[in-house]
Ligand binder design. Structure first.
Ligand code: ZN
Length: 275
């Protein structure tokens, strides 16, 4: 795991490098400005270069660094892989990323992945699983040998004090997300660990607790935010209520929560839950 160092902050975004005898795949990229930092970390950990980069979905914090990272791989050919549903979003990243007011450069030449596809990493098999809902181009990869699922943003939790809702713009889809939660519970017996983008690796009991809790946390946070929004739609008010109610012991401050809250409100508006 490499900390994506997003906004120069630790603990916000996890990237993963799977290494099998020198053949390596990076999962997600962080932002463009962190590419040099990430490459230095890879060199420090002896996992440089990577021959493949897999994007779990086309939100900017997962894909913005692709071009710069590929440039820094020392001239080797790097294959970029993503869901077949992500191909258009990556070619023109504005649809996915304008709601965040974050620019991202187009990513061309992406290998499209379909549910059930197997990625071969020097003999290690990684299975592609669609986990739509957070976005409609989200995928996970399952390392069946090590029983670890790289889950992208289908589950988010920084620590047991911090839960971050999943309803981000532009294409949060609740029905799809509920299907994803069920799908994750169904494969729960086949996995020992979850590698989250936000944030870190959760094993054994923690892993099963996450799988069991996320649906009710989703409903609780969504319903609360909608109710507070109807009382007072000011972002500062909503962020204060959220921190007080759901993450009182978190290191995340109201100020830090405001950006995310503005995005969550956009997510609820674009999916029709608030007007
Ligand atoms: Zn995302």
């Amino acid at each position: 795991m490499i900390d994506g160092n997003i906004y120069e902050m630790k603990g916000g975004l996890s990237l993963y490098v799977i290494d099998n005898g020198g053949e390596r795949m990076l999962i997600d990229t962080s932002t463009e400005d962190q590419a040099g930092y990430i490459v230095n970390k890879m060199k420090e950990f002896g996992i440089f270069p990577v021959q493949k980069i897999l994007l779990t979905h086309s939100h900017w914090d997962h894909m913005q660094g692709v071009e710069e990272l590929v440039k820094l791989m020392g001239g080797i050919e790097v294959e970029v892989l993503a869901s077949e549903k992500a191909i258009d979003n990556l070619k023109d990243p504005r649809y996915m990323n304008d709601p965040f007011d974050v620019p991202a450069k187009p990513v061309e030449d992406v290998t499209p992945l379909t549910e059930g596809d197997l990625i071969d990493l020097n003999g290690l098999t990684l299975r592609v699983i669609n986990l739509f809902g957070h976005t409609m181009d989200s995928i996970a990869v399952l390392d069946e040998k090590n029983k670890n699922l790289f889950v992208g943003d289908a589950i988010k939790r920084k620590d047991f004090n911090t839960f971050s809702p999943l309803f981000m713009p532009p294409d949060f889809n609740e029905l799809a997300l509920l299907n994803t939660f069920q799908k994750l519970r169904d494969i729960g017996n086949d996995i020992n660990s979850l590698s989250l983008s936000h944030y870190g690796i959760w094993t054994d009991e923690d892993c099963q607790n996450l799988l069991n809790e996320m649906e009710s946390l989703h409903h609780k946070t969504k319903e609360s935010i909608i109710a507070w929004y109807n009382e007072n739609p000011k972002i500062e008010y909503l962020a204060t209520k959220y921190v007080e109610t759901f993450i009182p012991n978190s290191s995340k401050t109201v100020e830090e929560m405001q950006n995310s809250m503005a995005w969550l409100i956009k997510g609820l508006k674009m999916s029709g839950f608030i007007k």
